[in-house]
Ligand binder design. Structure first.
Ligand code: PXP
Length: 249
């Protein structure tokens, strides 16, 4: 018997379109045009990460795209005072809090919610009060999900990076199982559970099949694929790969 699970939202991360622009400090590629094409291709959310070092997305992008995005903006940011002020000014639909280190190539792990529980509680409270949907980017570890629940964050995004980069099939399956269990636990305790990081056209199906997931945030693989077929087609192909994984038999 074939069953179709509820719609899984696709958040497209546009950071690496900005990376290409920032490498030469040009005005192209135009992020607003990219957003229009990505939305036309069926994305549900536009995700962008304003990093402390401004290596890709710039402040002007966040302010400018706010009126361009027709779906919803998901602003990824570190839990700093500077980012808190920007988020309160912009009021994106959602904010995803991530850990950030200057030397890292990309976000390399989940937030340590346990260690920073008290500080994150206060930090999230201001954003939630402003009507922003706050999400915490965490490892698929029940203890961090429990802490997210305690501090009142309504959403978590499970870090799929370890699963995505694992080459050994047995270890990969074990990491996928951790994600499955964390997603089930998150739903049980009343959290909305998203996932993302390192997902590509080959590894996304197994994650999309996890019934408790609401949204996947995917960037690098889509932007890389767009080099060969254009951004609209690259998003459509990812949507199709997610839908195929979501339809389980
Ligand atoms: N989710 C979060 C919280 C991230 O930090 C990133 C990378 O910016 C992504 C998802 C997307 O990761 P990728 O570019 O590997 O698809």
């Amino acid at each position: 018997m074939t069953s179709v699970l509820p719609h899984l939202r696709l958040g497209v991360n546009i950071d690496h379109i900005a990376t290409i622009r920032q490498q030469r400090h040009t005005v192209y590629p135009d992020l607003a045009e990219a957003v229009r094409l990505i939305e036309a291709a069926g994305a549900d959310i536009i995700t962008l990460h304003l990093r402390e070092d401004r290596r890709h997305i710039q402040d002007a992008d966040v302010y400018g795209l706010h009126s361009v995005i027709k779906t919803a903006m998901n602003l990824e940011m570190a839990s700093t005072a500077e980012m808190h002020a920007i988020a309160l000014e912009i009021r994106p639909r959602a904010c995803c809090l991530v850990p950030e280190r200057r030397q890292e190539l990309t976000t390399e792990g989940g937030l340590d919610v346990l260690t920073h529980e008290a500080r994150l509680r206060d930090y999230c409270a201001g954003l939630i009060e402003a009507g922003i949907e706050v999400s915490l980017f965490v490892e698929p570890d029940p203890a961090h999900l429990d802490a997210a629940r305690r501090i009142g964050a309504p959403v978590v995004e499970l870090h799929t990076g370890a699963y995505a980069s694992e080459a050994d099939p047995a270890r990969r399956e074990a990491l996928l199982d951790r994600i499955r269990q964390a997603a089930a636990h998150g739903q049980d305790i009343g959290l909305t559970v998203n996932a993302g990081h390192g997902l590509d056209y080959h590894n996304v199906g197994a994650v999309a099949a996890i019934p408790q997931l609401h949204e996947l945030n995917i960037g690098h693989a889509i932007i890389a694929q767009a080099l060969f077929c254009g951004i609209r087609e690259a998003v459509a192909q990812m949507r199709a790969a997610m839908d195929a994984g979501r339809t389980c038999s």
